[in-house]
Design a protein around this ligand. Structure first.
Ligand SMILES: [Zn+2]
Ligand SMILES: [Zn+2]
Length: 432
């Protein structure tokens, strides 16, 4: 008799049926379908802004499925490809064990193909999004993780993943961080770091950072030109202050605080409670983490005036767009300077882009669009999570990222409240 004979056959799951129709139901516990699969017992799962696209019925989804792509849990079963015979494949195929605590990126990635090797793991040809019609989600008591050896992070064995911290520091940090905080590593924190990293490393931001005008900024050895500090001032706008927007602001501040360039950030959201939360978070961060720049949270109209005043009407060096709708991307275009960059991590639906090629030409705008490759952003996100436990550690405070931890029965109500901007980050304890 194998251990799986004792495993439960049915489980509780939060399932999407149709637009605005979320139900808590009993469904079969998933089984291993492929030798690369792992089954994970989910301890906590989170509700995310991008779950709202399916919740609202956008994107042509019809299939009833388990929701959610953010989860943390414990391995309960492994396919036949796990064990010491799997040398030469991603490390977890030979080291992952039943009982290990794991957190998963929100997409599957094989870790073995050219796309994954280049670091673009969110676009792995074998990639699938959890909590979508193609793969059951994490808002359930158990989940099947395909290609788990290339996808999961083993929190029980911090040697198995790289970080800027030493092994001992990782172990100590992990012992002190709550699961509700580690859960943010599945999507929102890596995505925030991804947005900030792309903006800070954009070729059009380089002149300010290097002190050399474009294109000397590409050639570190070129002594021909340098710029006055006042010309190097960086102006950033962050559009959308939901949970990912908050993570983006914290990450951007962390990166800027390590630079010796003047900077100013306007964080924008029409919802007052979100602006209040981002300011509470900002005020909690110590001076070393905030840097010496300006940081304000404003409504759309106020922010337009602020950018005009700060930049003499020229516009932002870069705009980080975290929402993914037409008005947010229009605002990004309005706020960005000529030769500026727009980084967009929001999921865009209909209607299509609200500007023409000619408008982009007339401003020399660069765009970086798309999903975060969580797998490769994980080390930076983990280090920031450890460093900023002051804002990522708590639950329910005016300055904490996670608003509530609730049982699955509250899911229909939590989806509705989240959709109406009445609540921030919600975590489901699937066993409550
Ligand atoms: Zn998410
Ligand atoms: Zn791959």
């Amino acid at each position: 008799m194998s251990s799986s004979d004792f495993a439960p056959k049915v489980m509780k799951a939060i399932r999407w049926h149709k637009a605005f129709d979320i139900r808590v139901e009993s469904v079969p516990v998933p089984k291993i379908q492929d030798p690369d699969d792992a089954i994970v017992k989910v301890t906590l799962a989170a509700l995310c802004g991008s779950d709202l696209h399916i919740y609202r019925g956008h994107g042509g989804v019809e299939k009833v499925h388990i929701s959610g792509h953010e989860f943390i849990g414990e391995v309960t079963e492994l396919g036949a490809n796990y064990g010491s015979h799997s040398q030469g494949r991603p490390e977890l195929y030979s080291t992952l064990k039943v009982g290990d605590k794991v957190v998963s990126p929100f997409t599957v990635n094989c870790g073995e193909c050219n796309v994954c090797r280049l670091g673009y793991t969110c676009r792995c040809p074998d990639g699938l999004l959890f909590g979508s019609p193609v793969l059951e989600g994490g808002q359930a008591q158990y989940i099947r993780v395909p290609k788990a050896g290339g996808t999961l992070f083993n929190l029980s064995d911090p040697k198995s993943w790289h970080s800027g911290l030493s092994h001992e520091m990782k172990k100590t940090a992990l012992a002190g961080i709550a699961d509700s905080s580690l859960l943010m590593l599945s999507d929102i924190l890596p995505t925030g770091v991804f947005a900030a990293l792309q903006a800070m490393n954009h070729p059009k931001v380089l002149p300010a950072l290097t002190g050399r005008p474009w294109p000397s900024s590409f050639f570190p050895g070129d002594p021909s030109a340098s710029m006055a500090l006042e010309d190097r001032a960086l102006t950033f706008a962050v559009i959308g202050l939901g949970p990912v927007g908050l993570c983006t602001c914290v990450s951007l501040l962390d990166m800027l605080s390590a630079q010796s360039v003047p900077f100013q950030i306007v964080a924008i959201d029409p919802v007052e409670s979100r602006r209040e939360k981002v300011m509470a978070v900002y005020n909690k961060i110590d001076e070393a983490g905030r840097g010496t720049g300006k940081f304000v949270a404003q409504s759309i109209d106020d922010a337009k005036n602020t950018v005009k005043t700060w930049t003499g009407g020229i516009g932002c060096t870069a705009v980080l767009e975290i929402v993914g709708n037409t008005s947010a991307i229009s605002l990004a275009y309005d706020l960005v300077r000529p030769f500026g960059a727009i980084v967009s991590v929001g999921v865009h639906g209909e209607p299509q882009m609200p500007f023409t090629g000619r408008q982009l030409y007339n401003k020399n705008v660069s765009f970086d669009f798309g999903r975060c490759p969580v797998r490769v952003m994980f080390p930076m996100a983990f280090d920031l999570l450890v460093k900023r436990q002051d804002v990522f550690g708590g639950v329910g405070g005016p300055d904490s990222l996670v608003d509530r931890i609730v049982g699955p029965e509250e899911a229909p109500e939590m989806y509705a409240q989240f959709e109406q901007n009445k609540i921030g980050k919600v975590v489901f304890d699937m066993w409550k």
